[in-house]
Design a protein. Structure first.
Ligand code: GLU
Length: 429
């Protein structure tokens, strides 16, 4: 594991060394024996290239100034600019951003996008901030990162609790500072500003494209499967709709207030209408209320994890009642849970493959912005299906050939791309 040059063991406790970062690092170590990479390159890729900590002051609506810790971590710039989302969440830490940046590197490389991984965030409770406060927070955070982000350096995108409007504020702040419009500084922005058609749906739709392809390989029909979806935001909400549109039955969904379960299937249009009227799922009348942990253990064929990291752990992995776990979120399954699920014969479609639809359409958005030439929705959907299908097939075949898990195979495929490039470039100077 971590072995930074000539440091005593106690000094190896690095600033980003948190449980989630250790999960990312242990997954990396589990993939390395199957990758085509020498120890010098492995050692370089163990750590982020750059980790930035800033504090962001904003004037609160009440009149006083509030200060929020904020981060941006860039893991690898070997293949191109770094790329990854920005999240607003009370649990954001440097270590969480570092783990998520590492996963972004393997995700981009697996999809053969010319990017490395990054992730950033502000530690705040976005539900307690007004639209004006969120705008001031976003603009000041963007200013603080002015020296490290850029269309050829590091390109932010939406993540938890950030959206098209957040990206519009980032684009405007950056553009006002350089003096002209720079749409290619962020992806996931409104279409009116050079955003891409289909970006909003891309992650959730991509999750279902990968699930459908897996079903085909397994000899199952998607329209005969029952599904539980944890999370009803931009990933889970869209994935649930796409699953239902393809004939699968969605038994349960959840949001921050808990879950709702109907053994014969939910009416998703009704659920959506309830949320539009009430803000959350809480109180939805036509289903049984379940807690988040009950939801994860409901009997189903396919369990889609589209909420948070660290949801399936040694504590609940042995109680899952499903055939296939689909990782729409980043890092929802712990190392221990991975081993238990493998032992139980429950297949896991890993995050770096399964939720890569978002960053893939982000790449299409950046290319369109740089070329000032825009594609149709059908073109984008078809290109996304091609890219995800190609990556899925490479992962499936590698897993078969080396008798390893789909997660290991996805990481090996990503690591091999980065390692090949780093070997050719060499360590500077
Ligand atoms: N935050 C998303 C992810 O985790 C999207 C990143 C992007 O589009 O750059 O993949």
């Amino acid at each position: 594991m971590a072995k930074l040059e000539e440091l005593p063991a106690e000094a190896v406790q690095l600033e980003w060394d948190t449980p989630l970062f250790r999960t990312a690092q242990r997954q990396f170590e589990q993939a390395i024996p199957y990758a085509d990479v020498n120890e010098s390159i492995v050692e370089r890729l163990r750590y982020p290239e750059r980790a930035v900590v800033v504090t962001v002051p904003i004037r609160r609506d009440a009149g006083h100034v509030g200060v929020f810790p904020a981060y941006r971590v860039q893991h690898s710039s070997v293949l191109g600019p770094t790329k990854g989302g920005i999240r607003y969440d009370p649990h954001v830490t440097l270590g969480e951003c570092a783990a998520l940046a590492v996963w972004m590197t393997w995700k981009c490389a697996l999809l053969r996008l010319p990017y490395g991984g990054a992730k950033g965030g502000v530690r705040c409770n976005p539900r307690e901030l007004s639209p004006g406060e969120l705008q001031r927070l976003t603009r000041r955070y963007t200013s603080e990162l002015r020296g490290v982000i850029g269309p050829q350096e590091d390109i932010p995108a939406p993540d938890m609790a950030t959206n098209e409007q957040t990206m519009a504020w980032i684009m405007d702040t950056y553009s006002m500072q350089v003096g002209y419009a720079v749409p290619e500084i962020v992806t996931g922005k409104p279409v009116a500003l050079g955003g891409s058609l289909f970006r909003h749906e891309a992650t959730g739709a991509g999750v279902v494209m990968v699930t459908e392809r897996a079903c085909r390989r397994l000899g199952w029909r998607l329209d005969e499967q029952s599904c539980v979806v944890q999370g009803f935001g931009n990933v889970g909400g869209i994935a649930a709709n796409e699953l239902a549109a393809k004939g699968a039955v969605v038994l349960a969904v959840s949001d921050i207030s808990g879950g709702v379960y109907a053994p014969d299937g939910l009416n998703l249009a009704d659920v959506r209408a309830w949320i539009a009227d009430h803000g959350t799922l809480e109180g939805y009348p036509d289903a049984r209320y379940v807690t988040n942990s009950e939801l994860l253990e409901l009997p189903c064929d396919i369990l889609v994890l589209a909420a948070l990291e660290d949801q399936i752990t040694a504590l609940n992995a042995s109680r899952l009642d499903t055939k296939l776990v689909v990782e729409g979120a980043n890092g929802p399954t712990s190392i221990e849970a991975d081993a238990i699920l493998a032992e139980r014969g429950i297949l896991v479609l890993p995050d770096v493959l399964t939720n890569a639809g978002g960053v893939t359409v982000s790449y299409f958005e950046w290319v369109q912005d740089l070329g000032r030439l825009f594609w149709t929705r059908d073109e984008i959907r078809a290109r996304l299906a091609d890219k995800l299908g190609d990556a899925f097939d490479r992962v499936w075949e590698l897993a078969d050939e080396k008798a390893i898990s789909l997660r290991q195979a996805a990481l090996v495929a990503g690591i091999n791309e980065v390692a090949g490039a780093l070997k050719a470039r060499g360590i500077y100077p």
